[in-house]
Design a protein around this ligand. Structure first.
Ligand code: UDP
Ligand code: MN
Length: 336
């Protein structure tokens, strides 16, 4: 009896052992197997296949649209002669403000090449940086005005002409860099002298773009007048509206004319005469280039003012000087 009981217990134990072992083996076999994730992946799969379908139909639509589209007419930009703008400039408190205003006007003008000529013994960091960051096509030059030719503190502004050497340096660069190859006409272009303190309408550059020899237009707020301008009759300049010596060969401000690049290149001697009597600087350049009869009036027969001979007030530094005397002046590292 006792032996049979032991036998039964042994069988139960063996059976129990076998079942546990099989369970363990099954569990071990499942380990490392890829899970059957069909259920989890189903929504993702569906999203991908739906997106594929949408992409396909979009591609189909694009293809159809492409097929019905008209061929583009003349995609190339129209040809524009380059406008070379020569700007004399010199270091003073308002210089960066003036050049920033000019730069931002010129950014609105297509096919413009800015020639900036500093009145300084070397190129300054302020102008170098400003030009580099401008996004304009430019050439940076410098030419120091001799001391005896420069206006001294307290001199009346009419005593000596300003920016003369710098404009001539710009002309020299043009004649060297844009020289036409022998037998060729050379680049089509226009040359304009833009002082750094004037105000320019973008429209002005459209007007001067097709200058053949010398084009002219009114200048606002100049010569003690609301404006000065060439007077046009029958499409020709017949005289000048000016408050002072209208008998001068070309009684016009620097801002009131532009010259074709071809004329500048074919007349290598034409330049500004720093020794010219007051009011004759523009004439000293133009007199060998053109006659009054040949002038090309722009801006609706010279009836629209598109450039102003503005002048910037010299900022007063009374408080700055007072603070500096106490060692409390503005940080010189801040560029103004
Ligand atoms: N200019 C210059 N050096 C000077 C004074 C002026 O290069 O010592 C430049 C100035 O930046 C401007 C141009 O020459 O672009 C004409 O000067 P300004 O505007 O003072 O002349 P104004 O308007 O009185 O004719
Ligand atoms: Mn000026």
């Amino acid at each position: 009896m006792a032996t049979r009981m032991r036998l039964k217990l042994k069988t139960v134990f063996v059976l129990y052992f076998m079942v546990s072992l099989m369970g363990l083996i099954y569990a071990l076999m499942q380990l490392g197997q890829r899970c059957d994730c069909t259920e989890h992946d189903m929504p993702k799969d569906r999203i991908i296949s739906r997106l594929r379908g949408e992409l396909h139909s979009l591609q189909e639509q694009t293809r159809k649209l492409e097929a019905t589209k008209q061929p583009e007419k003349n995609p190339a930009a129209p040809f524009l002669p380059t406008i070379f703008v020569i700007t004399p400039t010199y270091a003073r408190l308002v210089q960066k403000a003036e050049l920033t205003r000019l730069m931002q006007t010129f950014l609105h003008v297509p096919q413009l090449h800015w020639i900036v000529v500093e009145d300084s013994p070397r190129k300054t960091a302020l102008v170098t940086d400003l030009l580099k960051k401008s996004g304009l096509v430019y050439t940076h030059l410098h030419f120091l005005t001799a001391k005896d030719r420069k206006l001294q503190e307290g001199d009346p502004s009419w005593l000596k002409p300003r920016g003369v050497e710098q404009r001539n340096e710009g002309l020299r660069w043009l004649r060297e860099d844009r020289r036409a190859p022998p037998g060729e006409d050379g680049q089509q272009g226009v040359v304009y002298f833009a002082d750094d303190d004037n105000t320019y309408s973008v429209q002005l550059f459209t007007e001067m773009r097709n200058t053949q020899r010398v084009s002219v237009w009114p200048v606002g707020l100049v010569g003690g007048m609301k404006y000065e301008r060439p007077v046009v009759e029958g499409g020709k300049v017949v005289r000048f509206h000016t408050g002072w010596r209208p008998s001068r060969p070309f009684p016009m401000d620097m801002a009131g004319f532009a010259v074709s690049l071809r004329l500048v290149l074919t007349n290598p001697e034409a330049c500004f005469d720093g020794e010219a009597p007051m009011g004759f600087l523009e004439s000293s350049f133009l007199k060998g280039l053109v006659t009054m009869d040949e002038l090309e009036p722009k801006a609706d027969d010279c009836t629209k003012v598109l450039v102003w001979h503005t002048r910037t007030e010299k900022p007063k530094m009374k408080r700055e000087d007072a603070l500096q005397a106490q060692g409390l002046g503005s940080d010189p590292a801040v560029e103004v």
